[in-house]
Write a protein that binds this ligand. Structure first.
Ligand code: SF4
Length: 398
């Protein structure tokens, strides 16, 4: 089974107030040390997979350079990363190759670099088309910059583009949110991601919201009910425009679903490189005669840049995924997809009957109107999508 490769690039031009990722602004020198280290990890990846009892494939059909803002790298650095991938793996001719970019970083030189690296898909963190909203969260772009970048990408032949929007930004109103979603539709991109602002201790804005303060425009953040309404509005407007929802946060015109991200939701193997990058490979021990054997191996690097650079390539956190955990994962990842989870595939993957507790949970969640069964598949209902975390939690520790 061909692999997906994810490379984390934890560098940005500035830190957005809502950001809870392990990313920041760093010197050119640290960026180069990081790129060298990621390439060393790639060189060592077959040995690490072997030592963890995992199946290591050389064929790769998706590559995703995420962040952070990979487009802040110097032009020779993405080239070094992609060259390293191509030296270690066989990148299939029709591979999907995505790079995340921030509007305002797509100079002609950067776009030329992306093309030289074989990039055929770009994901842009627009977040809003309303300048007051992007300014409030310390983004460095505005609507005009985003539209100019889109024009430049298309002129260069890069038309497979995703735009991210965030519902719940400071100063957002229903009217301004509708405007952003309509601008996205008018831009005619084939893919959209709609996220709900996360409020947690890991971002400056999240901490201020929890503290009830006013810094970072926290007192202008719409409440949870409004944000949930914005999400529903986006689902309706995008669907009407032919950009169909296929995952809780993702929408695409037919044929433009993210092949890389689908690997995560359908538990296909992937290798992640760099800070906080996670990998999941099938376990070599999987055998029909051992239904309770390990199904997969997960491992990840340090989630902090300093620790990552200080570690050797061998220092991974790893864990084995048992058949029972694999079932939990198939549910809470697969139910994110509109097409849901096929019941016969669940049994096939397990090679043993589903446990009674599983059927009891399905019955209970279905009776609560959060789940439905259709043509042998389990799917979230519309209400279930809004309360998805509660549904997913019910499938843990079956
Ligand atoms: S550009 Fe993305 S990764 Fe970087 S600070 Fe902003 S939200 Fe975080």
């Amino acid at each position: 089974m061909a692999l997906g490769i994810y490379i984390s690039v934890p560098f940005c031009r500035s830190k957005c107030t809502f950001c809870n990722f392990a990313s920041g602004v760093f010197s050119r020198d640290r960026m180069q040390r990081y790129v060298d280290r990621v390439c060393a990890d790639m060189a060592d990846s077959a040995r690490i997979a072997e030592s963890l009892g995992a199946v290591y494939e050389r064929d790769v059909d998706t590559i995703y350079l995420g962040g952070g803002t990979p487009s802040t790298l110097a032009p020779d650095q993405p080239e070094q990363l992609f060259q390293s991938v191509r030296e270690r793996f066989r990148v299939l001719p029709d591979a999907e190759v995505t790079v995340e970019c921030a509007p305002g970083t797509l100079s002609a030189e950067v776009i030329a670099t992306l093309l030289r690296c074989g990039v055929n898909r770009v994901s842009m963190g627009v977040q809003s088309f309303v300048d007051q909203e992007t300014r409030a969260v310390a983004r460095l772009h505005d609507r005009a910059i985003t539209l100019a970048d889109l024009d430049r990408l298309r002129a260069a032949g890069l038309a497979n583009i995703n735009l991210d929007l965030i519902a719940g930004l400071p100063h957002q109103t229903e009217e301004s949110w509708r405007y952003s979603v309509r601008e996205l539709i008018a831009s005619e991109v084939p893919h959209a991601s709609v996220y709900i602002l996360e409020v947690d201790e890991d971002s400056r804005l999240g901490r201020e919201l929890i503290a009830g303060g006013q810094r970072y425009h926290a007192h202008h953040v719409p409440d949870g009910d409004q944000t949930a309404r914005f999400y529903e509005i986006a689902c309706d407007l995008l669907t009407e425009a032919g950009i169909a929802q296929y995952e809780i946060s993702n929408f695409a015109r037919p044929g433009f679903e993210s092949r890389h991200n689908l690997k995560y939701w359908t538990r296909r193997p992937y290798l992640g490189f760099g800070v906080d990058a996670h990998s999941m490979l099938l376990a070599r021990q999987l055998h029909p005669d051992f239904p309770e054997s390990t199904a997969a191996v997960r491992f990840s690097a340090a989630d902090d840049l300093d620790r990552y650079l200080a570690q050797t390539t061998s220092e991974y956190e790893s864990s084995c995924v048992t058949q029972r955990q694999a079932l939990e994962e198939e549910m809470f990842l697969g139910l994110r997809l509109n097409r849901g989870v096929a019941l016969d595939a669940l049994c096939e993957h397990r090679r043993s009957p589903l446990p009674p507790a599983f059927h009891a949970v399905v019955r209970e969640v279905t009776e609560n109107g959060l789940l439905q069964e259709s043509e042998g598949r389990l799917l979230l209902t519309e209400r279930g999508r809004l309360l998805s975390n509660e549904v997913f939690a019910r499938f843990i520790n079956l």
